[in-house]
Design a protein around this ligand. Structure first.
Ligand code: CMX
Length: 440
């Protein structure tokens, strides 16, 4: 691990120095203006964060360190005979800032395999919950239980210097990424497979080992896992899971505490839980229409019904994107190659034809196009992973790669505690009535 850690540190220090120079010269330059509506409406569009790992363009979608998803699929190292990128490679890219070689990825894979042991008390903590508890609740508790392993928390208690923080944070982040698939798979086997657990296989890559511990041995499903865990990893810094992780970590809460905050945010139906909701919505539609093969017209009528009932169409819309999510397209391409005849996948494609014109016609929905969650569930179902309330856990395993890479960078750069200013509506009214000249 030392080699990657050294290269990461060298690059992050360069960045930190660049930021210091930038702020010295341009620190008072105004780069954004804020409208009152933005303050009340989820801070949409306000530039208030720096995240190096990825950048979201409203039209083009996500780029990770400058690389689009199709480029990553082409350029990141693959498993032997595989066609999908290894997520370890994306983690390396986000962390270090360059495309990894096969040797870099092999090294990272073996480090993660070596560090994947999860202490029994973590499983005991999960077991203390009713088996009916949502898998995201079980994941959150599992990661919290693991917090006793934090090297950063221990080192901080001994009074280390600020300049040493990053090294412990780094180790915690690698350890957490290594252990997450084991915890997630434990939850899956506990909840849906009668507690028959599968031991990790240290010869497999990170995603493949996850698939194996879940109990799936189809090599194409392992390929899907590699793609899934790559494309869900990061979506710049303002989304709820990334921002929550970043916010909590800015208080120097260790990576276990901080990532759990992100997990809890991802568990919201407007964020990561939407992948579960999409499958439920399609199944309710089948039931309501009494067919598993609805026509485009029937789907359109069901979408209208959903809107009339005051509900959202899950998997559609986005706070930033204004086009079809390239993560949706990547999954569609995978499905076209491996399972084009699957019934639910065909429904997903028909929904894709039917929904955007209807959402556009409402005049209020800013993005009528599908996001990542519109496709993932149907693919997982195809391979027999049918328990949709587990899907967000898989999203969380992937999201760890992005938010923890960012956390390592932030600690080298010494980003301070986050503390935006809030105001009251009373003060806003006084400002608008010119009774006060500033909202400060
Ligand atoms: N179905 C119905 N209504 C929708 C909608 C959808 N898919 N998307 C947006 N709207 C509505 C909003 O609820 C809002 O209504 P009100 O004005 O009545 O409150 C209005 O359209 C304007 O919203 P917006 O500015 O277009 O979207 P936001 O930035 O506020 O919200 C998002 C973005 C993703 C929460 C929203 O599009 C949504 O709820 N989508 C469905 C849930 C979903 O798929 N979430 C997953 C997002 C990806 C991820 O994080 O995993």
């Amino acid at each position: 691990m030392g080699v990657i850690k050294d290269e990461f540190y060298t690059e992050a220090v360069k960045l930190s120095n660049e930021i210091k120079a930038l702020l010295k010269e341009h620190g008072e330059t105004v780069i954004d203006q804020v409208q009152l509506a933005q303050v009340y409406q989820g801070m949409r569009g306000i530039i208030g964060l720096v995240t190096e790992t990825s950048l979201l363009d409203a039209q083009e979608g996500i780029r990770f360190r400058g690389y689009s998803i199709p480029q990553l699929v082409e350029l990141l190292p693959k498993a032997e005979n595989g066609s999908q990128p290894l997520p370890e490679g994306l983690f390396f890219l986000m962390l270090v800032g360059r495309l990894p070689s096969e040797a870099d990825v092999d090294h990272l894979t073996s480090v993660l395999a070596r560090r994947s042991h999860v202490p029994n008390y973590v499983f005991d903590a999960i077991e203390s919950l009713p088996v009916t508890a949502h898998p995201m609740t079980q994941l959150s508790i599992g990661v919290m239980a693991l917090q006793t392993e934090s090297l950063f928390a221990k080192a901080y208690n001994t009074g280390i210097s600020k300049s040493e923080y990053w090294a412990y944070i780094y180790e915690d982040c690698i350890n957490l990424i290594a252990r997450l698939p084991r915890i997630a798979a434990y939850i899956y086997r506990r909840k849906y497979r009668g507690g028959e657990h599968i031991q990790p296989n240290g010869m497999l890559d990170w995603a493949s080992n996850f698939a194996h511990m879940l109990g799936f041995e189809d090599p194409t499903f392992h390929e899907l896992m590699r793609l899934y865990l790559t494309i869900h990893a990061d979506h710049e810094g303002g989304n709820v899971s990334a921002h929550a992780t970043h916010l909590v970590s800015s208080a120097l809460s260790d990576p276990y505490l901080s990532f759990t905050a992100g997990v809890n945010g991802l568990a919201g139906p407007l964020h990561g839980l939407a992948n579960q909701e999409v499958v439920r919505w399609i199944e309710s539609m089948y039931e309501a229409l009494e067919t598993n093969d609805p026509s485009k017209e029937q789907i359109a009528a069901y979408v209208q019904k959903t809107l009339t009932e005051g509900k959202v169409v899950p998997g559609y819309g986005h706070a930033v994107l204004r086009q079809t999510d390239p993560r949706f397209i990547a999954q569609m391409e995978f499905a076209k190659r491996y399972c084009p005849d699957d019934n639910m996948i065909q429904t997903v494609w028909k929904v894709y034809e039917a929904v955007p014109p209807i959402l556009s016609s409402t005049g209020k929905i800013k993005n009528p196009w599908p996001n990542v969650d519109a496709h993932s569930g149907a693919l997982l179902k195809h391979y027999g992973l049918v328990e949709e309330d587990f899907y967000t856990v898989m999203f969380a395993v992937s999201r760890a790669l992005g938010v923890l890479a960012s956390m390592c960078i932030e600690r080298v750069c010494g980003f301070p505690i986050e503390r935006p200013k809030s105001v009251t509506t009373e003060l806003v009214k006084r400002y608008l009535n010119k009774e006060v000249t500033t909202l400060e």
